[in-house]
Design a protein. Structure first.
Length: 190
C-alpha cells in the first residue's frame, strides 16, 4: 500500500510539475546528513513519510450490500488514513531549491484530490485520494522535526494524503428473496 502511494506521488510530480528524471531524483528516505552526502543528481526531491494516523472526521460504520441473485456481498466502509509527508528539495544552489519548491507547491495546490492518471496499484479506488498542503494545524513543529535530523533547518512542505484502507474482506451473505404470508382463519365467538 505505502509503495503504491509513493509511486503515485512520484508520478504526480513527474507528470504535473513536470520533473525530468535525467537531472532530478525523487526519493522517499529519511533525509539525514549521511543520506545528503550520497546525493548524485543536480536536484533531489525527498518525500519522507513521517506520520500515519486515522482521519477521525471521515470515520464511517456504514456497510454496503451488492446483490447477486439469492446472495449478496457485504462490505464495510474503509478506514480513512492520513499519511503525512515532509517534502524537501536538495540542490547545490538555494535559488534552484526555491524555484523547485515553488513549482511543487503550485502543483500540489492544483490537485486537492489526486488525478486518476497518476494513481498506481492499490491507489486506484472508488474513493478519491484527498490531499492537503501545509495545513497549520496538521503540520509538525518544524524545529522538533529537524532537530531529530541533525538539527539543520530546511524549508519543506507538509503534505497529507487521505487513503482509504480496507482491512476486512467482503463477506458473502444470504438475502431474503421471497415473502411468505400465512393467514389463519379466526374462529368466531358463539
Amino acid at each position: 500500500m505505502f509503495q503504491d502511494l509513493d509511486s503515485t506521488l512520484k508520478e504526480l510530480l513527474i507528470q504535473k510539475v513536470p520533473i525530468n528524471n535525467s537531472d532530478t531524483d525523487i526519493k522517499f528516505e529519511l533525509p539525514s546528513q549521511d543520506w545528503e552526502s550520497k546525493l548524485q543528481k543536480a536536484a533531489t526531491i525527498n518525500l519522507f513519510l513521517y506520520d500515519i494516523r486515522e482521519n477521525l472526521e471521515l470515520r464511517s460504520n456504514e456497510r454496503f450490500l451488492n446483490r447477486n441473485g439469492a446472495t449478496g456481498t457485504e462490505t464495510i466502509a474503509p478506514v480513512r488514513m492520513d499519511l503525512s509527508y515532509m517534502i524537501t528539495v536538495w540542490t547545490k544552489e538555494i535559488a534552484d531549491e526555491h524555484r523547485l519548491v515553488g513549482s511543487i507547491l503550485k502543483t500540489l495546490l492544483r490537485y486537492p484530490t489526486l488525478p486518476d492518471e497518476v494513481l498506481q496499484g492499490e491507489m486506484n479506488q472508488s474513493l478519491p485520494l484527498r490531499a492537503w498542503v501545509t495545513q497549520p494545524e496538521k503540520t509538525p513543529n518544524i524545529w522538533d522535526f529537524w532537530s531529530s535530523l541533525d538539527g539543520r533547518l530546511k524549508a519543506g512542505l507538509s503534505y497529507i494524503v487521505t487513503v482509504p484502507v480496507q482491512p476486512f474482506a467482503p463477506v458473502e451473505v444470504p438475502l431474503v428473496t421471497e415473502k411468505v404470508i400465512k393467514l389463519e382463519h379466526e374462529r368466531g365467538f358463539s
